[in-house]
Unconditional design. Structure first.
Length: 122
């Protein structure tokens, strides 16, 4: 009898890209703070900023096993769900839910609303 060495299951990942802009997508928003939290909002998994093009790309986050999405019984619950907070001092903060799947890049476009000089929202 031969035995196979024990190897723990490999974690699978999905990738998230944020495209942060203003003016209905006409202007990118650099240096927006991005926070990705677990679905219940309890665990901070990522914190970073957008680049000069208003992009935060390549955020690899844990996803559910691929097999879950390929089985009719488990497909409805095959997404890993997260909460994304986007903040910038000149714009109204936003929070978005996002779903990720193994080996899939999810793109989240975000259009921020400016805060007027008097503190009012436009």
């Amino acid at each position: 009898m031969t035995t196979q060495p024990f190897s723990p299951p490999q974690q699978e990942f999905g990738t998230l890209r944020l495209q942060v802009s203003t003016a209905l997508g006409a202007f990118p928003v650099p240096n927006a703070v991005i926070e990705v939290l677990s679905e219940n909002g309890g665990t901070l998994l990522y914190r970073g900023t957008t680049d000069q093009s208003g992009i935060a790309d390549g955020l690899a986050l844990p996803a559910k096993p691929r097999e879950a999405s390929q089985n009719a019984a488990t497909a409805p619950d095959s997404a890993a769900r997260y909460i994304v907070n986007i903040t910038h001092p000149a714009f109204v903060p936003q929070t978005h839910p996002v779903s990720l799947y193994t080996e899939i890049k999810t793109i989240l476009p975000v259009v921020l609303i400016p805060i007027l000089p008097n503190g009012r929202r436009s």
